[in-house]
Design a protein around this ligand. Sequence first.
Ligand code: ZN
Length: 406
Amino acid sequence: MSALTSALSRIDADELIALTRDLVRIPSVVRRDDPSSTEAAVAAQVERWLRQEGFEVEAQDVAPGRPNVLGIVGDGAAGPTLLLEGHTDVVTEGNAADWSHPPFAADLVDGRIYGRGAADMKGGLAAAMLAAAAIKRSGASLAGRLVVGALVDEEGDMLGAKHLCRTPIGRALSAAIICEPEQNELCLEQRGVVWARVTARGRMAHGAMPEAGVNPITALAALVAEAPRLERRLRALCVRSRYLRPPTVTPTVIVAPVAGVPQSNVIPAAAQATLDVRLTPGPDADAVAKEIDEACRRAAEACPGATVEWQPVNGYRLATRVERSEPLVRAMVGAVRKATGRPARWGGVPGSTDGTILRMELGIPIVTCGPGHRLIPHQVDEYVEVAELVDAAKIYAAAVLAYLKP
Ligand SMILES: [Zn+2]
């Protein structure tokens, strides 16, 4: 029996369903106002499971009670180190009464598992864990090292991915499969994001005597009016992609006054807006910054006496792309065919992921591919199809065996 057949025969749908449901049932919404509400419990469950399976395990504390958990098999001296990446945090369930299946019950109905994180991304994480375990149980030899990583804070500031990049095993990574819900399509491109927090400053004055002040809200209004032009400029700079929607500039937050009590008869000293700027591959951080600078300059010009400055919130996460000629991509293309009997389908990731950090910080190739409908994350009644879940586990196992083939 080939190593692949042997590993695939060890991927059992019932076991994968049970593992996914176990992870979904452990809530891991990170609530900033409640230090006990973190990824800790689900990370501990992942760690227990990996230890039971006999993996070498590293638990790296990223923040108190918030560990990255890594399961390791194989030998980094024998070849490349491949990461199967998932995250343990989930976004809020919102109002639980809006769900037709309780958000943390992991109901299994008509071939779907329902719950917060079912698709984004405890399903993908479980598929990665079981794929790695199937390879380990099969006794297949690997020319290199496989790491299953369950990272924290992807839905926040991606502290888990940033931390991993600074550790020895992170720096040793050669490539990564990001197991985010992309309908098992192979995504070689991810949109980037910059949150531009723009601050307009004027001069406080009485609302009845606006001539005595400078109204920063007028400058912000000009900035918001500039957004479509900024968007056009960025579209001209960025590469057109078949798999990604073009760049967008979306005002998402407006705050005025920035400090103090809002009062109807007071022109505030400062006002703030956040632009959610989405990018496709092409420009570097400097080129993007230059365009946002220009939008701020034009906004200030529209409001004599005001200044308009901006800063990126949480840095730059540029769009990423890898080439089809990368060994990891070739391994995945073959893996999809071997695991599912169907040709690979291509796609693109609409937002940024932990893979964005790995690609930017380490320069390694990443492919995003995982079970779950692309649009389902963060919605009410989130679910993952069991059939996709099983396909994903098989694709991961086949890709690992091909990429780390002796
Ligand atoms: Zn996710």
